[in-house]
Each structure stands twice: as C-alpha cells, then as structure tokens.
Design a binder for this molecule. Sequence first.
Ligand code: BTN
Length: 268
Amino acid sequence: MEIDFAKQLRGSLKVKELGLHIHFFDKIESTQDYALSMAQNDSPSGTVIIAEKQSAGRGRMGKKWISPKGGLWMSIILQPRFTSRKISLIQFIGALAVGDSILEMTGIVCTHKWPNDILIRGKKVCGILVDANFEGDKGGTVVVGIGLNANFSTQELFNSATLEGCSDVTTLRDEIKHDIALNDITKLIIEKLEHYYLLLEDGKTREIIESWKQGSEIFGQRVTVNDGNNVFNGRALDLDDSGALLITLADGSVKKILFGEVKVIYAV
Ligand code: BTN
C-alpha cells in the first residue's frame, strides 16, 4: 500500500522541487517531528513525509492533532531562497493550496480562518502548521505540516479518548458523503503549493495576501482575538505584508496581532 502510494504519487507529480523525494509511513508519531529531524540532516528542499496514521500528531499552540487512517497527514521540508520576513506567509500559501485543491476535487468553496485554518460551512476541515528554523537573513529550514480530515467521519474524532479542541470540526467524507482519492488530492496540494511557493519567491506577497483574504469572511466584521495573554475586541481591518492581522479597536487605534484565535462576533 505504502509503496504504491508513494510510487504513484511521485510518478504523477508535475513539479520542479516539491515532492521529488517522498517518504511514506503506514504509522508514525508525527510527520512534522520526523520532517524536522530530517531537515537537520540536510534533506533536500521539497522532501515530503506522508503517513497513513499519526500517534502523536501536533497542532498549533501545543494542541494534539488526532490523525486516524483516511486523513492526509503530510509535512514538507522547504529551504526557502527568500528572507525570514516572508516565512509567516507560508501558512497562507498552504491554505490556498488546500482550498484550491478541495474546490477542484469536490466543487466545495472553502473559507480561510486566520491564520491557518481551512473551513467548510464554518467548520475546520484542515489545519496548517509551520515550524521554522531560520537565522535572520542567512536562510534556514521550514517544515509545512498539512492535516486534512478526509476519508473518515467526524464521529470518529468525537469517539477518540484524546479528543481536544474538536468542536466545529468537519471532514470531507461528512461534507460530500463519499470518500475522495487521497492520492489525487495529495498530488494537487503539492503542485499548488509549489505554484504559490514560486509566487512567494517571486515577491508576489500582496497577491498572495489578497487571494487569501478573498476566502476569508472576517474583514469588516467585529471580532475578538485571544493571543493567549490578552483578548482584543475590534473590527478586522486587513492583513499587513507579513500576514499579521490588523484590527481597529474601539478607540480608533489599529492593533497588530501576530498570532491568536479569532472569533467573529455576530450581532443578535
Ligand atoms: C492546526 O493546529 O490547525 C495545525 C494542524 C497540523 C496537523 C498536521 S498533520 C501533519 C503534520 N504532522 C503533525 O504532527 N502536525 C501536522
């Protein structure tokens, strides 16, 4: 199974850099941690790690990521040829690649939740995790982790004893009522990620941000943002060129938020 998956994927990919080397596991603790350790050993940029299941998948902000068979659990090692200032935009190109691929395969238009979630009907179907090891402008390594809830039902997540932060979650199976070809969506995501990665290298920062914004429903809305230390209330204004969220506070000042959880406050 694993050999077929990796072999077929490698054979079908139309890429210059991403996916030229693919490592497939039927089970692993975390593709992200494995990729990070590989990256330390100078694995080529574009190396992809995929696992059928993860026993210790990681999400953002120290959360667990439940990863049963049927999902796409993938990490990609990148050695960007651009400076560290653009690293924060890698989560947006990941989200764009996944959103475009879901649209192409299922016809479903996803929305983006800042900074790194992909939603269907307001429920999270995919998360992106970016780990970077960069030394100023000297370059470094980035690992992009993609967790896509695909061919299993949400019920399977709710049945998990280790469930954490799984409200407002969905899976592709729950949305389209059948399974999708994991090989095909993986191929699309890698190809589209390469496309956006090349745009980023090419300096098309604002285009990437504007494309991401088109898929987001928060701008102009009243929001509350919890960055782990403080909660800010305001109106979502824009993203700056580094992808930070700008919100207008009640006193008219603009607050720049680098990370956190955003919730839209709907009037009742
Ligand atoms: C999030 O919190 O939204 C990000 C989730 C990222 C999960 C993926 S699954 C593949 C890779 N391996 C991990 O351990 N995490 C990422």
